[in-house]
Design a protein around this ligand. Structure first.
Ligand code: PBG
Length: 328
């Protein structure tokens, strides 16, 4: 009878029948050499201090960095992105660009031990200013053009200490161009700039601000970070950074902005980085701790989605753990 004949034309399930077949047709795979692990470096010695809102992540004193970086290298993680934490804050964030500041010391320590480690340094003032904003203040708001030379000085100090990549995250207009000129004028022509090009004023930075003690003491960052509903504007930001000389463009956060990431991938030929931020990490950890989701599967699914959307490079607090899972 006619009804008994199979009428299913497209049998997609053929390619899902076994793990071997699924592996053969899998479109996206994760590669730990494209992971970047954010690392919090703190003043003092002998310190490895857990961050409550980011289980598994610690603040490290400079003398404790080598062990941690060695572990990341063993896991195959491609790079580290350094964030400095200091108690000595002032209006102008001067510890950010001090040649003896926490980040130059951390860079020198890591490059001294592991010369081939790719070391990235975040460039911003918010961890160093007494008011917690990403630039210097004038008349109660962040002064773009007075901030640029300070970011440039910080980038130059980090590059002089040996950083391979500087990553301006302050969302000041013209920051990439100003930093490129400053680096070049110091002969630091080979230092890579990774622009936090499309960085949104996101609620998902909460745990990071606990970790780095960088919450603004008044107001918020909406006057300089991007408005979450906008994606055409993100393309303008990416294009500005590309024109100013950025070598790598970033979209941040990742998960709530996968559409932006995908558009970025299709419009630009520079490498695209995505920052899987602290709040995204904390959500998975918290749900897993409650037994509500499978941490390993959820983490790898999140990272795969970021890759599938178009990220070449993934900055993630899950870097070490995910790299180890992938190697099992
Ligand atoms: C510095 C900076 C922040 C993050 C990266 N660089 C904090 C912020 O903008 O408030 C957030 C990273 C994260 O949440 O994981 N400006």
């Amino acid at each position: 009878m006619l009804e008994e004949k199979a009428r299913v034309v497209a049998r997609s399930r053929r390619l899902r029948r076994s793990e071997q077949i699924r592996a053969l047709v899998r479109e996206t795979s994760l590669d730990p050499s494209k992971f970047v692990a954010p690392v919090f470096v703190t003043e003092g010695s002998g310190i490895v201090e857990p961050i409550e809102s980011m289980p598994g992540i610690n603040r490290y004193a400079v003398d404790r960095l080598a062990n941690y970086v060695a572990r990341l290298r063993d896991a195959g993680v491609g790079s580290v992105l350094l964030f400095g934490i200091t108690g000595s804050k002032d209006e102008a964030g001067s510890q950010a660009y001090s040649p003896t500041g926490i980040v130059p010391r951390a860079v020198a320590e890591i490059k001294g031990r592991f010369p081939d480690e790719v070391v990235m340094a975040d460039v911003c003032l918010c961890e160093y200013t007494s008011h917690g904003h990403c630039g210097v203040l004038a008349a109660g708001s962040v002064d773009n053009d007075r901030t640029l030379p300070l970011l440039s000085r910080a980038a130059v100090e980090y590059a002089k200490a040996g950083a391979d990549v500087v990553a301006p995250s302050a969302m000041m207009d013209g920051q990439v161009g100003a930093i490129r000129i400053a680096l070049d004028s110091e002969g630091l022509r080979d230092t890579v700039i990774m622009g936090y090009s499309a960085k949104y004023a996101s609620s998902f930075y909460g745990p990071f601000r606990d970790a780095a003690g960088s919450s603004p003491s008044f107001g918020d960052r909406r006057g300089y970070q991007m408005d979450p509903p906008n994606s055409r504007e993100a393309m303008r930001e990416l294009s500005n950074d590309a024109q100013e000389g950025a070598d790598i463009l970033m979209v941040k956060p990742a998960l709530a902005y996968l559409d932006v990431l995908s558009k970025a991938r299709s419009r630009f030929n520079l490498p695209i980085a995505a920052y899987n931020v602290s709040g995204e990490y904390a959500m998975v950890k918290a749900a897993a701790a409650q037994g509500w989701i499978d941490e390993r599967r959820a983490t790898l699914e999140v990272l795969t989605s970021i890759k599938r959307a178009g990220a070449d490079i993934i900055i993630t607090y899950s870097a070490e753990q995910a790299a180890n899972w992938l190697a099992e």
